[in-house]
Ligand binder design. Structure first.
Ligand code: AMP
Length: 113
């Protein structure tokens, strides 16, 4: 199976500014930032999407949520931030490797595009 671009970043085959890594996940800056702060949090395991999450992934996914507030603190997002997980074509997902977008550093608007 072809490695996802995020697996290639995790394996240091593709450069990225990595901000956090542990046994379960890695965070790095998005190459095309949509806000002053735009970080992707990605599981090491290439779970393709939200729809592929099952009970066996509970520890990974639960752990990733515990990383979010630590990253927000590290990034100085004291005023708040947004977490987005796009799923499938209609959701705007372009990389088939589960990832949390952490966006901040400006006022977010609603509804999202
Ligand atoms: P999504 O469209 O929700 O699947 O998000 C994929 C994200 O991955 C987009 O925001 C892209 O800008 C980002 N992305 C794609 N390739 C890279 C890369 N090599 N390094 C960092 N971010 C990337």
């Amino acid at each position: 199976m072809t490695k996802t671009i995020f697996s290639r970043i995790i394996d240091r085959e593709v450069p990225a500014e990595i901000l956090h890594e542990d046994d379960y996940c890695v965070a790095f800056r998005d190459v095309s930032p949509q806000a002053p702060v735009h970080v992707l949090l990605v599981p090491r395991e290439p779970i393709p999407s939200i729809m592929a999450i099952d009970a066996a992934h509970a520890k990974i996914v639960g752990h990733m949520w515990t990383v979010v507030p630590k990253l927000a603190e590290q990034l100085g997002l004291d005023g708040g931030f947004r977490v987005v997980v796009n799923n499938g074509a209609d959701g705007g997902q372009s990389v088939d490797h589960l990832h949390w977008h952490i966006l901040g550093g400006r006022q977010m608007t609603w509804p999202p595009g």
